[in-house]
Design a protein around this ligand. Structure first.
Ligand code: ZN
Length: 338
């Protein structure tokens, strides 16, 4: 039975990715707990203390016991919040790794069935390996780095204005998004390990499937295949400035923080009812480049360089895609998608 590429898109980019996002969220919420509220309260409380002591946030502080007390209270609160965040994150992540692996295995099986048209024997969920556990536990370092930075900034010698104090509190609070990013990283790594187990059992190749809103680097990988056990070429990007020559190969996604790309099992013997899926992925990447669908972390300049590169290297673009890319390069901006 032939597969339909649109169906595979929906399965991989909507249904399966949605399940991964839900899992990330659930783990992230448990890990973060009430840290965000506690930080907001700490900032309010500290601002009130500063205002009482010096007359307002725009008034300079004066060295002395009062300043030392305000800072000691802030430092103690930061230690309390962050020192409970680390073990909570490590615990919930450790407990969820096998669930994320199992999710990857199940999704891989569903994908193979949809692409090959055949039901297969279920693949056993691999054990959680050392590398994945180490990755999960790395959260400790990430939080400690932010905590120590905050404690350094909140020293009486370094604080004479409210803005200095706020910068120290902000450095500590930055641990919260760092935890979220790390949870996403570990979950996506585990899901991809689960997918790899299905690849080993049922296909010869891995096919890179980017998320719909991928960056210019991931878009250079989507639609590409690698044989089992072989890496993808490293350093690829549609933006020539982000390209790295002689970069080591990459095993697979996630390629960067908050990357939700995946590698699915693939075989060139599976037949398409229309456009083959790898080609459909490549065309989707071209469209994304021509329309300049940038992630919040990407600059317009990078997306414009990528659009120019698309025109330079792809002679057979669909006319509508080529027209979009030409307009963007000529005018220096992308118009909203119709
Ligand atoms: Zn990606």
């Amino acid at each position: 039975m032939a597969y339909d590429s649109d169906h595979l898109f929906r399965l991989a980019q909507d249904d399966h990715l949605g399940e991964v996002v839900d899992l990330e969220k659930r783990i992230g919420e448990t890990a973060i707990g009430d840290s965000e509220t506690l930080f907001a309260q700490l900032i309010r409380r500290t601002l009130a203390a500063w205002s009482r002591a010096y007359g307002g946030p725009d008034q300079p502080g004066a060295p002395g016991d009062m300043l030392r007390r305000i800072l000691a209270a802030a430092r103690a609160a930061i230690r309390r919040i962050l020192d409970s965040l680390t073990p909570r994150t490590a615990t919930v992540l450790g407990e969820s790794l096998s669930e994320a692996l199992a999710l990857g295995v199940r999704q891989g099986g569903e994908f193979v069935r949809a692409a090959s048209g055949r039901r297969r024997r279920a693949v056993a969920v691999p054990r959680v390996g050392r590398a994945l556990l180490d990755e999960a536990h790395r959260i400790g370092e990430l939080v400690v780095q932010r905590r120590d930075r905050a404690l350094f900034l909140l020293h009486p010698d370094r604080v004479s204005r409210w803005s200095h104090l706020l910068a120290g509190l902000g450095a500590a609070r930055a641990a919260v998004p760092a935890v979220r990013a790390h949870v996403a990283w570990v979950v996506n790594t585990a899901v991809n390990e689960g997918l790899d187990a299905v690849v080993r059992a049922s296909a010869r190749m891995r096919l890179w499937v980017s998320e719909a809103s991928a960056c210019v680097n991931c878009l250079a990988y989507t639609g590409r295949t690698a044989l089992i056990g072989e890496p993808f070429p490293g350093g690829r990007s549609w933006d020539p400035r982000q390209r790295r020559i002689r970069a080591p190969g990459v095993d697979g996604p996630p390629l960067h923080a908050h990357c939700r790309c995946r590698c699915v099992p693939w075989s060139d013997f599976w037949t398409a009812s229309g456009i083959p899926f790898p080609l459909a992925l490549e065309r989707e990447a071209h469209r994304s480049l021509a329309y300049g669908r940038a992630r919040p972390t990407e600059s317009r300049a990078a997306r414009l360089r990528a659009a120019r590169e698309l025109l330079r290297t792809e002679p057979d673009l669909l006319p509508s895609v080529e027209a979009r890319a030409r307009t963007a390069v000529r005018t220096g901006r992308f118009t909203a998608a119709a």
